[in-house]
Design a protein around this ligand. Structure first.
Ligand code: GLU
Length: 509
């Protein structure tokens, strides 16, 4: 291995919200950089102006920040290789396209879109597919098939022309992908891709290779869908004379639908009922809203932990990792070649792991907006103890309210199923007696309340289970919640007695 400083880039196109597959690509780049003491760059690949979507770049940056990835160099914090938006680097690419024309590795093509369509249709009629390549290029209108004087004339007149790569016919292109191992391609099967468009913009291929070179990128880690572009990229490095600075490539496996077949797409979220985007996204044109993990109540730590294990494994049974731990243990060797099945249930499980082990004080902080919105009086309540008592029971912070509302407000209704099962005919009478012993408890704490109630229940032989279920119904309004005597302690004596009274009066069997 060379001494080269590790520099990786995440290079999204701002064509809409970032899909979770994109976030995973960013994450693996980030982890690889941090593991190796390197830099993580963000480069916005916006050369295709027709697909540009306003707000997408800001969305991408916010998604990375929310996920906890610090960008070392990017549009908002440029390093020495800027600008970091390709649309602002426009002038840079032309000279490289020209260099390739001069060396005979690229050529001008004057075929109009209409002419290209006509050739395609003619081929389709013969049940063939048209490819602009060695077999066809001499029958097209380009600087290889036309004489030099005419080419000069057309260029001088400003007739629209693209620059195409002249794919060699006799070359095998091979590389060692860091995930896939040896990969081989026959150049003769590939087409003469456009490198530079008539509108003065480079295409993805040229801009991507030129920028990776100028930004001194050491490793290109990207989705599997870019593997077919690899031979062209390798040839571009070769023809531009940059082979010794060529980055190493790693192509990540696809993220598959929960059924295990087919790529998880942007549309699957709506269809299958879980978010496929990190943050909520409002389509600027239609106004349609797509759900996001953040707004659905996921903690960024859980989201990142889940993504890290989509296609990578630590080689141990460990599943819970902080970002720092991931930065320590991540390696491309442990990224799998085959697709990784997305499991929405497992994603919830991850969130549960994080919510249920979060510091109570942090949880209170996250819960506070809900409490304020509910307009409840929290003064004098030990909120940390409240959330600590129920956090095992929730997957999401936004489920805390339904698990704790009875700490803040008296029940306004009683679960009819529980009433039917637990509020037997004799119960109101028992509860009336219990109320008396509870009222007599001097030192208001769970243990003393419990012993007062138990003593009475035992002496009367009412059955502890029956009484506890009835009391729970009276205090909570249903058949759920943490330890009942703890609840009584927290809500206080006054509220406890009031709720017992209300239950005796209001519960209808
Ligand atoms: N702009 C490409 C994308 O949107 C980047 C692919 C690459 O990383 O080379 O994914």
């Amino acid at each position: 291995m060379s001494e080269r400083k590790v520099r990786v880039r995440f290079a999204p196109s701002p064509t809409g919200p970032l899909h979770i597959g994109g976030v995973r690509t960013a994450l693996f780049n980030y982890l690889f950089a941090k593991k190796n003491g390197g830099d993580f760059l963000l480069r916005i690949e916006d050369t295709d102006q027709t697909r540009y979507v306003p707000g997408a770049e800001a969305y991408i940056i916010e998604s990375l920040k929310w996920s906890g990835m610090d960008i070392d160099e990017g549009p908002e914090n440029p390093g020495t290789c800027g600008p970091y938006r390709q649309s602002e680097r426009k002038e840079i690419y032309h000279e490289y396209a020209l260099q390739l024309v001069q060396s005979g590795d690229a050529y001008y093509a004057f075929d109009t879109p209409e002419e290209l369509d006509a050739v395609r249709t003619a081929h389709e009629e013969k049940k063939e597919t048209f490819t602009y390549n060695a077999a066809t290029r001499m029958s097209m209108r380009n600087s290889l098939s036309m004489d030099a004087a005419e080419v000069e004339k057309l260029l001088a007149e400003g007739v629209p022309a693209v620059i195409r790569f002249k794919m060699p016919t006799d070359q095998e292109v091979s590389d060692t992908d860091l995930i896939r191992g040896k990969v081989k391609f026959q150049a003769s099967l590939l087409d003469d891709k456009v490198l530079y468009k008539a509108d003065g913009m480079p295409t993805y291929h040229l801009a991507n290779v030129v920028d990776d070179y100028l930004m001194n990128i050491s490793h290109v880690i990207r989705g599997e869908e870019w593997l077919p572009s690899l031979p062209l990229h390798i040839l571009l490095y070769e023809k531009l004379g940059w082979t010794s600075q060529r980055p190493q490539f790693a192509h990540l496996p696809l993220i598959l639908k929960p059924v295990g077949k087919g790529k998880l797409s942007k549309r699957d979220g709506d269809k299958l009922g879980f978010p496929v985007f990190p943050l909520e996204w409002k389509d600027p044109q239609s106004g349609d809203i797509s759900r996001g993990y953040r707004e659905d109540g996921y903690l960024p730590e859980a989201f990142v932990n889940m993504l890290a294990l989509l296609g990578w494994n630590p080689g141990t049974e460990q599943e819970i990792f902080t970002m720092d731990e991931l930065c320590e243990v991540f390696s491309l060797e442990r990224v799998t070649k085959s697709g990784a099945r997305f499991d929405p249930e497992k994603t919830k499980w991850f969130n549960h792991q994080y919510v249920s082990t979060l510091d109570n004080s942090k949880l209170v902080e996250l819960f506070m907006p809900t409490l304020l919105a509910e307009g409840v009086d929290v003064s004098g309540l030990d909120l940390e103890r409240v959330v600590g008592m129920v956090k095992e029971r929730v997957n999401f912070v936004n489920e805390l309210w339904e698990q704790t509302s009875f700490f803040f407000v008296d029940p306004i209704s009683y679960d009819p199923k529980v009433v039917k099962k637990r509020w037997k005919e004799a119960v109101p009478g028992y509860v009336t007696e219990i109320k008396e012993v509870v009222a007599a408890v001097d030192n208001w704490n769970a243990a003393d309340i419990k012993s007062a109630v138990s003593d009475l229940v035992n002496s009367k032989e009412w059955g502890f289970g029956l009484i506890m279920n009835a009391l729970r119904l009276a205090i909570v309004g249903g058949g759920f919640g943490p330890d009942l005597f703890d609840i009584c302690e927290i809500i206080g004596k006054e509220a406890t007695l009031r709720r017992l009274d209300n239950a005796i009066q209001n519960i209808q069997r």
